[in-house]
Design a protein around this ligand. Structure first.
Ligand code: F6R
Length: 244
């Protein structure tokens, strides 16, 4: 694992954007695994800025997202599809048919999960971006999820629902279920880039890097992958030991 500690979220976002742009420069048909949430937002803004200034193209890129809420239409304000369109896809030249996100309105979630896993197998990610939950989740793989999990339907942890309530009018509007890539699906990526910012993430980062490798901390699975980059700001890195 390569661990980099930056003074600020801005600095780590610049580093993350550079890693992605370098991959696209070397391979314009790269496959990007994407995350939503607050942490990668600035990275996506920087990718848009770079696309406008330097013309980095996404015409041949395939992208897929980690997860989507169940029961929310794709065009709804709070869907992850809407987040991705507003934050990134609508501002770059990516082909909409090459952007995959699980269908939150599917009437056959099992079929949707199998089909999604096929997309991942056909297009292994050159880089998979991840955030981390306060409980150590990656994607929506909540604590106790098997390291062998593929794309699946899950019940969201109450902590996760509380954390995500900021995007909804009330806590009761936050969906209780989602479809997420599994831990094994995430581990299929050639390179995993985990970014974390702020003191609320410090305990999860310590558990991921220094605690046991256990489903109790889903992100600890990343220690079994041979190409992981972790970008932290000083607050998120606050609990880890010098030696780490
Ligand atoms: C998002 C996702 C989640 C988030 C995590 C951190 O697609 O799968 O695992 O990455 O909850 O969210 P933020 O960045 O909002 O703190």
């Amino acid at each position: 694992m390569n661990i980099h500690i930056h003074p600020t979220h801005e600095a780590l976002s610049r580093h993350a954007a550079k890693l992605i742009i370098d991959i696209l420069t070397q391979n314009p048909s790269a496959v990007l695994g994407l995350a939503t949430g607050g942490t990668p937002k600035r990275t996506y803004e920087l990718l848009v800025e770079d696309h406008r200034k330097n013309g980095t193209s996404y015409q041949s890129v395939t992208a897929y997202n980690l997860d989507e809420y169940l029961g929310i239409p794709a065009e709804h304000e709070t869907s992850y599809k809407t987040y991705m369109k507003r934050t990134l896809f609508d501002h770059i030249d990516i082909e909409p048919s090459q952007c995959f996100i699980p269908d939150g309105m599917t009437d056959d979630a099992d079929r949707e999960c199998l089909d999604y896993e096929d997309i991942i197998d056909t297009n292994p990610a050159d880089i998979q971006i991840l955030g981390i939950g306060r409980n150590g989740h990656i994607g929506f793989n909540e604590p106790a999820t098997s390291f062998d999990s593929l794309t699946h339907r899950i019940m969201l942890d109450e902590k996760t629902r509380h954390d995500n309530a900021r995007y909804f009018s009330t806590l009761s509007d936050v969906p209780k279920e989602a479809i997420t890539m599994g831990i094994k699906s995430i581990m299929k990526a050639k390179h995993i880039l985990l970014i974390a910012s702020g003191k609320a993430k410090a305990a999860a980062i310590k558990a991921m890097l220094e605690g046991p490798v256990t489903p109790a901390c889903p992100a600890s699975a990343l220690r079994n992958h041979d190409h992981v980059t972790v970008l932290l700001d000083e607050e998120a890195a606050n609990h880890i030991k010098e030696a780490t």
